[in-house]
Ligand binder design. Structure first.
Ligand code: SF4
Ligand code: SF4
Length: 66
């Protein structure tokens, strides 16, 4: 099983709000700082249980796919 959720395709699709990080029941998401000091979520595929709560809570997905 390797189909972990795609939280964002481009960096512009993530505002670093940490909502996905906060909601993940498995602590599978880590916020990783990039070279500009901006934090992006990274999913640990070994911890992820594919509940897709992170996708549901993401404000960017909510506006795009509504
Ligand atoms: S699908 Fe569920 S377990 Fe996986 S990263 Fe998202 S919230 Fe966490
Ligand atoms: S919920 Fe969406 S916008 Fe917020 S940090 Fe996660 S992927 Fe980025």
């Amino acid at each position: 099983m390797n189909n972990i959720p795609m939280l964002f395709k481009k960096r512009e699709d993530c505002c670093g709000c940490t909502a996905c990080y906060a909601i993940c029941p498995k602590d599978a998401i880590t916020m990783i700082e990039d070279e500009e000091g901006f934090e992006y979520p990274q999913i640990d595929e070994n911890k992820c249980v594919h509940c897709y709560q992170c996708i549901k809570v993401c404000p960017f997905k909510a506006t795009k796919e509504a």
